[in-house]
Design a protein. Sequence first.
Length: 435
Amino acid sequence: MIPRYSRPEMVAIWSPETRFRIWFEIEAHACDALAELGVIPKEAAKTIWEKGGAAKFDVEKIDEIERVTKHDVIAFLTHLAEFVGPDARFIHQGMTSSDVLDTCLAVQLTRASDILLADIDVLLAALKRRAFEHKNTVTIGRSHGIHAEPTTFGIKLAQAYAEFSRGRERLVHAREDIATCAISGAVGTFANIEPYVEEYVAAKLGLKPEPVSTQVIPRDRHAMFFATLGVIASSIERLAIEVRHLQRTEVLEAEEYFSPGQKGSSAMPHKRNPVLTENLTGLARMVRSMALPAMEDVALWHERDISHSSVERMIGPDATVTLDFALSRLTSVVDKLVVYPENMLKNMNKFRGLVHSQRVMLALTQAGLSREDSYRLVQRNAMKVWEQGADFLEELLADKEVTAALPDAEIREKFDLGYHTKHVDTIFRRVFGKT
């Protein structure tokens, strides 16, 4: 985690203090369940909660113990015993390290998911507001980076809203999938601990029991979780790239807000660069890069190995912290985005009517010409606009083959911008529902 791209609430989930507190809660809840079953004294379970719950775990002391034991969970349990006293012998009864580690990771990832879902909700609200603001702001749609046909800037933002809505649904499912608890002991057979303990701990932590936990929670769950984060990151990059293109000097249809006192270049005082969206592109690459090692973690040896451990110690915090920051930054970009409708119209008219070529071609086919002939007639006039800077409408009106098939008035009618925006309301209803 890099402080520059981190926000405190998400970082706190991954702090050693939070991790050890969750470990303690897992162990203490398990003791409660064991006490109910009569495996350990109820007074011991009560003492563990009272003394352990009041303890302030010393991270440096635990690290010092681990340097000797070479085992993090044992180091923690040794430190915990210093607070609990003799009743500490009842802690971790029938459990194995993965019961603590995997269940803790599930708690951390579900908490991280809740923050990310809240982030997406704020982003969706900003996208919706700006989409309706520019619902009828006509702009050129592009394919291959080249002018295609008119659309509206609101539709562009509505598309992003729909995409992030899908991302949110995926994250809801990924959160549900990752929220599993394993308290099943060595190789997951419950030989030394009753399944009831797992069910009890799961309920207390807002998780569900893992059906078969072979000593570890199967990593296909984690692979899907991090893949989902990667897809959301890709959606961030898609919108970021759109803004970056629109801010180019020769386009300038929209740009990131340039705050008072902001500087764009150490060498060129005139610069206003799309630094936020360029940053988002880089952050998206990092989040996506963490999906692949999560997938490679699925294939563990037999019932358990720890080849996944080092991976998850890095990608757990890094992916969630980075995505949290990126979603917040994108929301700010959308919220403050400066839009230039006049430049949108100016750019659309740069090639003097070419964007209406399809309508003319279709009209010619309706008038009886073959599609091949219609395409040929329209294209030969369009090329004059590309190559000579001619006016498309004037060229069509001067083309005798075109006017032989279509009256002048019908040709002119094909240049009506309103034709291209007549279904905007339908699109918005599909995306936002009735508003």
